[in-house]
Design a protein around this ligand. Structure first.
Ligand code: BGC
Length: 752
């Protein structure tokens, strides 16, 4: 007996060490002995590499790949955008699409929509499906998710992120990453950190307090690292306290790799590296895209001129930089390979299959937020004899095109009009474009090819013939709208939509608005619509999801992941003027020319996050500024009642329990939200902050019980006087409701 088990042990050890055992299991298995074997293998590889080979692992060899080491069988690394689908193949050396015919994928909803579901298990399904598509496309690193915080509605890239609340973003990003990485594909959480606007992103310097940094801007990244064990992270373009964030002494070196113990790879954003010594010493591991800032410039032998290429090699050779620095980077990039492409049994993945389309549709339907529903405008029955006019450019415009790096080439994209036409078989659907804008291209605003007056006249005629108007409008994925590269310039709806809505209303009062945006907009027209659905950018299944909700096949349950201020000045960052957003050139602060930021952009802008921790609803609540629509808000076709709300204490946590009764006549889902505020704090606090939530499905006439446990440690604030978290003793208020502005009960707890 003893002899047999000794022999078995021997065989297993040999198999593990020689790599004959399933490599992926070894790489993915977190138990110490397996990771010890992987780390030992990495050490032995490092000892075989020349300095040139090591350096070559630390920078790009093409737009989206890095070199391998052929003689040792170490593969290249291939990366692809992005957060809500795998981007089409890009050329080797420039930003042009490669024109492949086998790179179309499923477009999943953008992350504002995912956040609106308040459903972490759906985030995991999203991640699993997306990871499978990345693997099918032979990608090792998926450049997403993005968790920069929604600071102002002007940020062109808000649609790619998970809203204004660090707790919500943390809860959603962790399962997303776990889902992607389960496939042996690395997620790359981005953009670390403080890339909360696109305007002047390459040069703007951000000044923010330590407290806001730790309480608002870092938690989702921290959760990605410490809870989800994300395998890579992307630096940002902007500076923080005068230093570029991609190779930042405090952010990347001390906090990320030191305090959080990140053992993965820091990848630069495309062209966010600026300095060899800082890149080498402050923790950048792979440099990508230098000299190609999205505008497509490139030079001969470009990749060897990167900061982490020849200049790095030179500094290593002459002893300015110790070899242990490059060894640490190589160790991380090899670890990334063991986690991804250096596994024997990596499956092939799959794309465009029914299961992925179902996930995309479910996220889309659960993320749509019903903002207004006077006289039960929605759902709209499919009845013979009624005519529904679908008016607006977004009814037919592709929303997977444009937007920058998250642009997608889906195999198909069901438009809202198509979805409605397929769903409504009895009612008559008529359509008119109503208004138009130009095509979505990067960094440029193109004019509409159509005559605005003719479009409007036609739409009014169509509106007169209809019983119900569905106005499908909002923003587009174009430059100066919801897009990478720059910010919006206006808070109002663009392209004459406000006027068109007014004219339609004059001939037909029965108007519902289906709004496709990734951002809040001003709503002076709100009284003139009966119903309003916030519909985001929903990807391949957009039209089906919208039709599901409009028809009542799905009861909406989405909640806003950010506040909609009534007017732009009600937003915290904006209220402090250009020094807070979008930034100013301090050397020219007394120069009147700086006031015209459009014609005279600052060369070296800096901005101060003067609102500190009071971002989003924290600002609206604390300063008593009523938003148009509040964080966490969203209606349903049924009604819910929260009852028997109470709180129970455990040693290190407390549990809120309540009953959720569906008192209407349709099955539905509700999100119970728990916010906590500190009374008599020694520091400024937000009135309340989200600390727990739970989405629960309740059939009509039924009641479910919900319980949400919160760690007491989560009530701590970041105390700048000790540079650490501080849990104040004393009284706290616990607010339980179904929106930040709809609290059913307030309770008191005491921390001793
Ligand atoms: C974006 C990143 C993106 C990269 C590669 C950059 O311009 O900021 O989010 O992953 O390009 O396309």
């Amino acid at each position: 007996m003893i002899k047999v088990s000794k022999f078995l042990c021997f065989v297993l050890t040999i198999l593990a060490i020689t790599g004959c055992k399933n490599d992926k299991e070894v790489a993915l298995n977190t138990n110490t002995s397996s990771s010890e074997i992987v780390e030992a293998k990495i050490d032995s590889i490092i000892s075989l590499l020349t300095l040139e080979e090591k350096v070559a692992l630390c920078h790009a060899q093409s737009k989206f790949s890095t070199k391998g080491v052929e003689r040792l069988g170490i593969p290249e690394i291939w990366m692809a955008d992005g957060p809500h689908g795998v981007r089409a193949e890009i050329s080797w050396d420039d930003w042009a699409y490669a024109g492949w015919t086998n790179d179309s994928i499923t477009a999943f909803p953008a992350l504002t929509c995912l956040a609106s579901t308040f459903n972490p298990s759906l985030a995991e399904q999203f991640g699993v499906a997306l990871g499978e598509e990345a693997k099918y496309r032979k990608k090792d690193v998926l450049l997403g998710p993005g968790v920069n915080i929604y600071r102002t509605p002007m940020n062109g890239r808000n649609f790619e992120y998970m809203g204004e609340d660090p707790f919500l973003a943390s809860k959603m990003v962790v399962p997303y990453i776990q889902g992607v990485q389960r496939n042996g594909v690395a997620a790359c959480v981005k953009h670390f950190a403080l890339n909360n606007q696109e305007r002047w992103r390459d040069e703007v310097n951000v000044e923010v307090s330590d407290r806001a940094l730790h309480e608002i801007y870092l938690p989702a990244f921290k959760a990605a690292v410490t809870e989800a064990n994300v395998w890579s992270i992307m630096g940002a373009y902007n500076k923080f306290r005068g230093q570029y964030t991609t190779h930042h002494e405090l952010l990347t070196k001390q906090i990320l790799k030191g305090d959080w113990g990140f053992d993965g790879v820091v990848v630069s954003d495309w062209s966010s590296t600026h300095n060899t010594m800082e890149a080498a010493l402050n923790g950048l591991d792979i440099e990508m895209g230098t000299g190609t800032d999205g505008l497509g410039t490139t030079t001969a032998n470009h990749y060897s001129n990167y900061f982490l290429a020849n200049p790095f090699l030179k500094a290593l050779k002459n002893g300015e930089i110790p070899e242990s620095i490059v060894d640490d980077k190589v160790r991380r990039v090899l670890r990334l390979r063991y986690r991804t492409n250096m596994s024997n049994n990596r499956s092939l993945g799959r794309a465009n299959n029914k299961e992925h389309h179902d996930v995309a549709r479910q996220v889309a339907t659960e993320g749509i937020v019903l903002l207004k529903n006077d006289n039960n405008f929605f759902p709209i029955k499919d009845e013979t004899g009624i005519t529904i006019a679908v008016i607006g450019e977004n009814a037919t415009r592709s929303m997977t095109k444009g937007g920058g790096s998250s642009e997608l080439k889906p195999k198909f994209e069901v438009s809202p009009l198509q979805g409605l036409q397929e769903r409504y078989k009895n009612a008559k659907i008529i359509h008119s474009m109503g208004y138009a804008s130009g095509a979505s291209v990067y960094d440029n605003v193109l004019p509409s090819p159509y005559d605005a007056d003719s479009l409007r006249t036609k739409a009014i005629e169509v509106a007169k013939q209809a019983d119900i108007i569905l106005f499908v409008g909002g923003l587009t994925k174009s430059h100066l709208q919801d897009s990478e590269g720059d910010d919006r310039r206006q808070y109002q709806l663009p392209f004459g939509q406000e006027e068109l809505l007014r004219d339609i209303k004059n001939v037909n009062k029965n108007v519902g608005f289906v709004m496709l945006t990734g951002n809040a907009v001003e709503m002076p027209w709100l009284d003139s619509v009966e119903g309003l659905l916030q519909s985001w950018y929903l990807g391949s299944m957009a039209g089906h999801a919208i039709a599901d909700v409009i028809s009542g096949n799905v009861n909406p349950s989405g909640k806003l992941p950010f506040s909609f201020p009534k007017k732009l000045e009600d937003n915290a960052a904006i209220s402090f003027g250009p020094e807070s957003y979008p930034g100013v050139d301090l050397t020219r602060i007394n120069d009147n020319a700086t006031l015209n930021l459009e014609s005279n952009p600052p060369v070296s802008p800096t901005q101060e996050y003067k609102e500190g921790i009071l971002v989003g609803y924290r600002w609206h609540d604390t300063k008593n500024i009523e938003p148009q629509f509040a964080f966490g808000y969203g209606l349903s076709y049924t009604s819910f009642e929260l009852s028997d709300i109470r709180v129970d204490h455990q040693d290190d946590s407390f549990t809120v329990t309540c009953g959720v009764a569906n008192t209407g006549d349709m099955d539905g889902a509700e999100v119970v939200q728990v916010y906590v505020g500190k009374t008599d704090s020694k520091v400024q606090r937000a009135l309340k902050e989200l600390k727990g939530f739970s989405k629960v499905k309740v059939n009509k006439g039924e009641k479910q019980s919900v319980s949400i446990t919160i760690d007491k440690a989560d009530l701590a604030f970041y105390d700048e006087s000790i540079s650490d978290w501080n849990l104040e003793k004393g009284d706290y208020e616990v607010y339980v409701g179904n929106a930040s502005n709809n609290i059913s009960k307030k309770l008191n707890i005491r921390i001793n």
